[in-house]
Design a protein around this ligand. Sequence first.
Ligand code: PMP
Length: 426
Amino acid sequence: KVNDGTLAHENSIQLQTRARQRVPGGVHSNVRLSGPQPYVERGKGAWLYDVDGRNYVDYLLGQGPNFLGHAPDAVLDVVSAADRRGLVYGGQHALEIEAAEAVCAALEWPDMVRFGVTGTEIVQAALRLARAVTGREKVIRFEGHYHGWLDNVLVAEHDGAWGVASEGQLPHHLDDFVVLPWNDAEALAEALRRHGPEIAAVIMEPVMINAGVIQPLDGYLERVRELCTAHGAMLIFDEVISGFRIGLQGAVGRYGVVPDLATYGKALGAGGTVAALVGRRDVMELFGHGMVNHSGTFNGAVPAMAAVTASLAVLREDPPYPGVERHGTALMAGIRRLAAAHRIPLRVEGLPAAFHVSFGDVEVTDYRSLQLLDLDRYARFSEVLVRHGIWVAPRGIWYVSACHGDDELDAALARFSKALVAWSGG
Ligand code: PMP
């Protein structure tokens, strides 16, 4: 069936109505709360298929994890073979070691790894470890960066100030965090001059993908590294999105600055439920000595470890990065070209593996300048894109996978063009 721009998908509507009887909002993650939406029947490669027989070129990729596309055989074969020996043991097994060795070998700089299940909880392990190592309490973080949904890291802006983002979230959980503008080395230097001896860690997305896909300015990460070292604060790179996506070594490889600790998730397991904290031996061994607690029933479970080893084997033996860069670059250029032809002021910025599309025409270097764009307008446009067979999220981030090739590029641009024609500019 063609994606003809209508939203008449009876099967999806029926399922959504049924879901809402048993599941609040019909979703299990508030990020996915929305109006009517297609229900997915299956995914393969770069494509999603819904329960009403329509197909979509997928540029959301499960919010990032499906870097090798949906249902990658090379990963599924390894995972299903491993799963037949049991899913979770409460005891150690060789696959955990293989996965840890594979992560260290791929990234090169870290000595040790702890696996967890989600990005949210592995960030908590990083913060706890940094506080234990330094004996300090405060953490510097940045406007627009996302580090999970827990009480101490979820924030929202209220008239220029940062505070809680949810009912039920107690403000005192945020007391030990200092929120600074990102890409502003002077702001960090000043904060460290003021609070230096109290700062346990500086945590950031080394490329700010969660707000606008904004890259670090030249020299910024180097300066951040110097400042953290000078003040004895641990530098934590949250590479949950960028890791294994913008290169095998993520932002560390791309920008050449090495943190003390880094967190990974999403692309690491090619869709498997897994996250990882990595760092130097002397720091990470605090877990090993039992001085710092990091626990979890499902940490190191068989499906996750199999997914990591299989995913990293593909990334190293058959690197998808050149193809991803090629597709992403062509897609970004194609969207810009179509927008110009239709005289629609779309802004397309970021990296080929993860870029941002929005309405507006201003230079964006941080969260504040991002707010000058018309983000709400794009959110409405994203619904038109979905109706025309391009699977994207309202917040404007597009992810490219190893499975996006020429056919997908042609389909995506043809569909984008139709969506632009249908877009009334509302
Ligand atoms: N850190 C970053 C940078 C993220 O983008 C996310 C999720 N989008 C998280 C942490 C939290 O990861 P999860 O959703 O797996 O808990």
